[in-house]
Design a protein around this ligand. Structure first.
Ligand SMILES: [Zn+2]
Length: 106
């Protein structure tokens, strides 16, 4: 029973935060400021770059890591396709870096 109430409450809070973010963004429409909901913890934060989706606050369940540190890894954990893509990307990046280092470019 409690879980159902908690689920409903989380859903309502998520909607409230999204609505609040939309309203605040309307207020600051002509500035560079954007307020968005963090995709890891659900808290509101100021977005500085367009691609930013995770906040800089300590992530839930951690004492020393931010949502930026763990957000993408948490997302990858639950998505096999994204995990395969990330592994391939990191392997290629590592190969390129080793090659550049070998050529004396780093
Ligand atoms: Zn966050």
């Amino acid at each position: 029973m409690y879980d159902k109430y908690q689920e409903d409450l989380n859903e309502i809070m998520s909607e409230v935060k999204s609505t609040l973010a939309v309203k605040i963004n309307k207020l600051v429409e002509n500035t560079f400021i954007k307020i968005v909901v963090c995709q890891n913890c659900g808290r509101l934060f100021l977005k500085h770059r367009n691609a930013e989706v995770y906040c800089n606050k300590i992530a839930p369940g951690y004492t020393d890591k931010t949502c930026k540190d763990v957000g993408y890894n948490n997302k990858v954990k639950n998505n096999p396709e994204l995990k395969a893509y990330t592994n391939a990307y990191r392997a290629k990046h590592g190969r390129d870096k080793r090659h550049r280092r070998k050529e004396g470019l780093l």
